[in-house]
Design a protein around this ligand. Structure first.
Ligand SMILES: NC(=O)c1ccc[n+]([C@@H]2O[C@H](COP(=O)([O-])OP(=O)(O)OC[C@H]3O[C@@H](n4cnc5c(N)ncnc54)[C@H](O)[C@@H]3O)[C@@H](O)[C@H]2O)c1
Ligand SMILES: O=C(O)[C@H](O)CO
Length: 322
């Protein structure tokens, strides 16, 4: 006998969908998986007639949503919503959910790891040692971490967790966000230009939106200190990649440590990735066994709730329910 509901999982960053299947089976919903790397046309075919869509990184466009006229909810298996046409979903009264807090410690730790790997020359020495070079003098002279100012672009859940960690290293923390709210942390909230001019390290923790697309462009890099480092664990699209490449090449900034790219995966044959002051990880900041357990169970429960008409958490477009 076929299940009452069908839920399309467009893609995943983990080995199987067993957790999701178990949670959804409780409400008589079966999981359909799109083939790995499915393009828009394939997703449209897979979405035809489903009751819900859950997505990791695949683009859930207007056309994909249109293919599922009975779709009752779209779940982001993550925090960022930039791969879902939320505006169109809202116009169709489809609630969209995310899981806003499943990996805050992981991403904050990852941003700090990237910062220290760069500032303390760990990545540089690691690379040299693997090549048989045991030479202290080859690396740039580091500054004491506790003397530096960390500037956070975006001061939500992750930005605040990074601030807490950076303060333990003695860093001064400044931040900018859309609300200007310091959430009672006493952090000095500054304008974007002040952030660029005063920071020794900038770490990005804001969503990719129309407003933040290419926030870090050539003009921004020109305002940064020539000794400064930029870290991005948010979304690749916040940085104009060509402008970043020029900034590193021209030494208008000193380094970049990146977990996210636009597009993903990036073209790793680009000489940028060989630059000694560039560190890269493959969109890995959110991963831990704990974060994935939380994410997958919670996202699936949210879908199940909507399917059976229960109130659920983390609806990002409550106007869809109005
Ligand atoms: N690399 C990874 O594995 C990974 C994991 C989780 C999240 N992320 C990304 O990190 C982003 C941030 O996550 P979060 O948990 O801190 O989100 P959050 O919603 O808690 O905080 C976002 C912050 O950005 C600020 N902001 C929004 N628009 C802005 C603008 N135009 N100018 C200045 N500030 C602006 C908000 O005011 C808020 O302070 C997510 O949207 C997601 O894209 C990446
Ligand atoms: O948005 C998120 O949660 C991370 O980037 C992983 O997808």
């Amino acid at each position: 006998m076929s299940a009452k509901y069908r839920v399309l999982i467009t893609d995943r960053a983990w080995p199987d969908c067993e957790v999701e299947k178990q949670e959804l089976a409780r409400v008589d919903a079966e999981v359909i998986e799109a083939p790995p790397g499915a393009d828009e046309q394939t997703l449209i075919e897979c979405a035809t007639g489903v009751d819900a869509i859950a997505t990791c990184w695949a683009q859930v466009t207007q056309s994909v949503i249109e293919a599922a006229p009975d779709c009752k909810t779209i779940a982001r298996l993550g925090i960022g919503l930039d791969n879902i046409d939320v505006k169109y979903a809202t116009s169709k009264k489809i609630p969209v959910t995310n899981v806003p807090d499943y990996c805050i410690p992981e991403v904050a730790d990852h941003a700090i790891a990237l910062m220290l790997a760069s500032l303390r020359n760990v990545a540089f020495f690691h690379h040299q040692t693997k090549q048989g070079i045991y030479d202290l003098s080859a690396a740039p002279m580091p500054r004491r971490v506790g003397t530096l100012t960390l500037g956070l672009f975006g001061f939500g859940l992750t930005g605040q967790a990074v601030a807490e960690r950076a303060r333990a290293f003695g860093m001064q923390v400044i931040a900018t966000n859309s609300s200007g709210n310091d959430y009672g942390t006493g952090t000095s909230m500054v304008s974007f230009d002040e952030l660029l001019e005063q920071s020794d390290v900038i770490s990005i923790h804001a969503p990719l939106t129309e407003a933040t697309q290419h926030q870090f462009d050539a003009a921004a890099f020109e305002k940064m200190k020539p000794t400064s480092l930029i870290i991005n664990t948010s979304r690749g699209g916040l940085i104009d990649f060509d402008a970043l490449k020029s900034a590193i090449q021209n030494q208008s900034i000193a380094g970049a440590a990146l977990d996210v790219f636009d597009p993903e995966p990036p073209d790793l044959s680009d000489p940028f990735f060989q630059h000694e002051r560039v560190i890269a990880t493959p969109h890995a900041a959110f991963i831990s066994s704990e974060s994935l357990d939380e994410l997958r169970a919670q996202a699936a429960r949210q879908v199940a709730d909507v399917l059976v008409g229960k109130d659920t958490m983390n609806i990002v477009n409550p106007e869809a329910l109005a």
